[in-house]
Structures are given as C-alpha cells and as structure tokens.
Design a binder for this molecule. Structure first.
Ligand code: HEM
Length: 194
C-alpha cells in the first residue's frame, strides 16, 4: 500500500479514477442523452477541484507559512524558502490557471453578460471579476516578487525584503477577496442568480 500511495502520481490517478467511477455510477446513464450537460458537469468538478488546489495553497501561505516564518530559526529558513515554498508556488499558480480556464469554460455562454453585470448575472459577474483579479495578482504580482524574495532570480538583500513584503500584501489581498469571491461562485447556482 505504501509503495502505491507513496507516489503522488499514483494517488492522483486513483483519485481521478474514483471520481470518474462515481460519475459513471450516478450519472452514467445520462452521458449519452445529455453530452453537453455532462461535459459542463465535468468542467464544474474540475473547476472546483482546481479552485481548492489554488485557494487551499493560498490558505496554507496565509494561515501557516507567513505567520510561522518569523519564528523559524535562521538556519532552518532555507528549508522553507528553497524547498517547500517553490513547490507550493508551482501548484498554486498552475492551480489558478486551471481554475481560471475551467471557470471561463463554465461561464462561456454568458461571459459578456456576467462581466458587464447584466441582470441575472451580477453575482457571478462579480465572482468572475474577483477571481480574475486574484489570478492577475498571482501571476503578475505575487509570483514575480516571490521569485526575487526566494532567490530564484537575483536581487540584493534590500530588493528581496521589498519583494517579500509586496508578495505578502498581494497574498493577503487575495485571502481577503477569496471570501466574497467564493460566496459569489456558489450564489449564482445555489442561492439566487441576481
Ligand atoms: C479565476 C476565476 C474564476 C472564474 C472565471 C470562475 C467562474 C465560475 C463560473 C462561471 C461558475 C458557474 C456558476 C454557475 O453556473 O453556477 C463558477 C462556479 C463555481 N466556482 Fe468559480 N470561477 C473562478 C474562480 C473560482 C475559485 C478560485 C474557486 C475556489 C474554489 C471557485 C469555486 C467555484 C465554485 C465552488 C462554484 C460553484 C459550482 C457549483 O456549485 O455549481 N471559482 N465559477
């Protein structure tokens, strides 16, 4: 068992197959009749899965790594900055891309209405804007600054300290935005589209 689950790629594959198994068990009969609806359902599952990957890591940074780093002894800090943070950031930023693409695919039929806040699409429109701003922050503010802060690209000690602060501010901004964003995501389909 340890030999199988010890490999992340195996666990990923098993998880994916388990999801497909559940889909077939519950909705398999409907796949042939309503291929469009089924594709949208699958896209929705991918969207939420990728969203958890992304926002889960955002919460790891904000609840665990950022508050703990100041109390980590100096000689142990490279363990985080050289090994843990770069891998967490890898899944964080690609999770944001997958969430974004699946989200745009999900809302493709009403994208313009949502992004321009037409009636019936205002709440999901706000959610989409918040998600887009958050994805922008990840790729154009957090990641470039983290690269300097973690020493992936060169910088003086002063530039590193400044970059770390900028990355932290935008990570915290995304943390704050994640609350209304998530409400908007679920409100359109489960509370009331407005
Ligand atoms: C990055 C930009 C994002 C875009 C463009 C986007 C777009 C969408 C769209 C169009 C829907 C379908 C609404 C509906 O028909 O009910 C949706 C649903 C949803 N999204 Fe997002 N989203 C984004 C980010 C996120 C993030 C970061 C999460 C975090 C987990 C998330 C979680 C959800 C959830 C839970 C649903 C509800 C699924 C359901 O119950 O049907 N989204 N999103």
């Amino acid at each position: 068992m340890a030999a199988i689950l010890g490999k992340l790629s195996n666990a990923l594959l098993i998880g994916l197959l388990a999801m497909v198994g559940v889909i077939i068990a519950f909705h398999g009969g409907a796949i042939g009749e309503d291929a469009g609806g089924w594709t949208l359902g699958f896209l929705r599952a991918v969207h939420v899965w990728a969203g958890i990957l992304w926002i889960g890591l955002l919460y790891y940074f904000n609840f665990v790594q950022i508050p703990t780093m100041p109390s980590v002894p100096a000689e142990l800090k490279p363990g985080v900055s050289k090994y843990i943070a770069p891998r967490a950031l890898l899944f964080f930023r690609h999770g944001s891309l997958l969430t974004l693409f699946a989200g745009i695919g999900l809302g493709g039929a009403y994208l313009v209405e949502a992004l321009t806040f037409q009636e019936g699409f205002r709440v999901i429109g706000l959610g989409m804007w918040l998600g887009l701003i958050m994805a922008f922050n990840v790729w154009f503010l957090i990641w470039p600054n983290q690269k300097i802060a973690l020493g992936i690209v060169d910088g003086t000690a002063e530039q590193k300290a400044k970059a770390a602060t900028t990355a932290m501010i935008f990570s915290r901004t995304n943390f704050v935005l994640s609350f209304p964003m998530l409400y908007c995501m679920i409100a359109h389909g489960h509370i009331a589209p407005v």
